[in-house]
Design a protein. Structure first.
Length: 169
């Protein structure tokens, strides 16, 4: 088998895996829409738009629409990741300005629980294993988005190299 066919199979495999990653992240974002709709409309709209765009993004990945689409896909996913990271650092104000919400607390008061208002779950001990520790640091959507960006960047580099080889021949 020629080197070109091997590279084409590698690129096709990378395209399918990257497309699957962005579709999975999109589906996970869409699953978050109903949960956030009643609490924070802006966040629900972001999850809806982001989820739909991520699912759509499988088409440019598989069809290899070109460099501009690659840049938009990588940058768009990076923006979603940056928004998540900024929200973890509390750089983005949270919704829920209703009476008794976290923004109406008196100085010195601390809210108990997580974003949904429930108490933090206590387990018998810390999770074990590297995978469990990574899952505590980054939620699965962000892990999938990082995987997508890595795969798509790798695919973009492979496509660029192939185009250069074709031009030289």
């Amino acid at each position: 088998m020629s080197q070109s066919l091997k590279n084409d199979k590698k690129m096709l495999t990378l395209s399918i895996v990257a497309a699957a990653a962005t579709v999975i992240a999109g589906i996970l974002h869409l699953q978050m829409v109903p949960r956030t709709l009643s609490e924070n409309l802006g966040q629900a709209v972001l999850f809806l738009a982001g989820g739909l765009l991520q699912i759509f993004w499988a088409v440019p990945v598989i069809k290899r629409w070109g460099r501009v689409w690659q840049i938009i896909g990588i940058a768009g996913t990076a923006v979603l990741f940056a928004l998540w990271y900024a929200s973890r650092l509390h750089l983005i104000p949270e919704g829920g300005m209703s009476e008794g919400g976290p923004h109406n607390q008196q100085p010195g008061e601390f809210s108990s629980g997580n974003m949904t208002g429930g108490e933090f779950q206590r387990a018998g001990g810390p999770p074990r294993g590297v995978g469990m520790q990574i899952g505590r640091i980054l939620p699965q959507i962000e892990i999938i988005q990082i995987v997508f960006m890595g795969l798509y960047i790798t695919l973009s580099i492979m496509i660029s190299k192939k185009k250069k080889e074709v031009k030289q021949v």
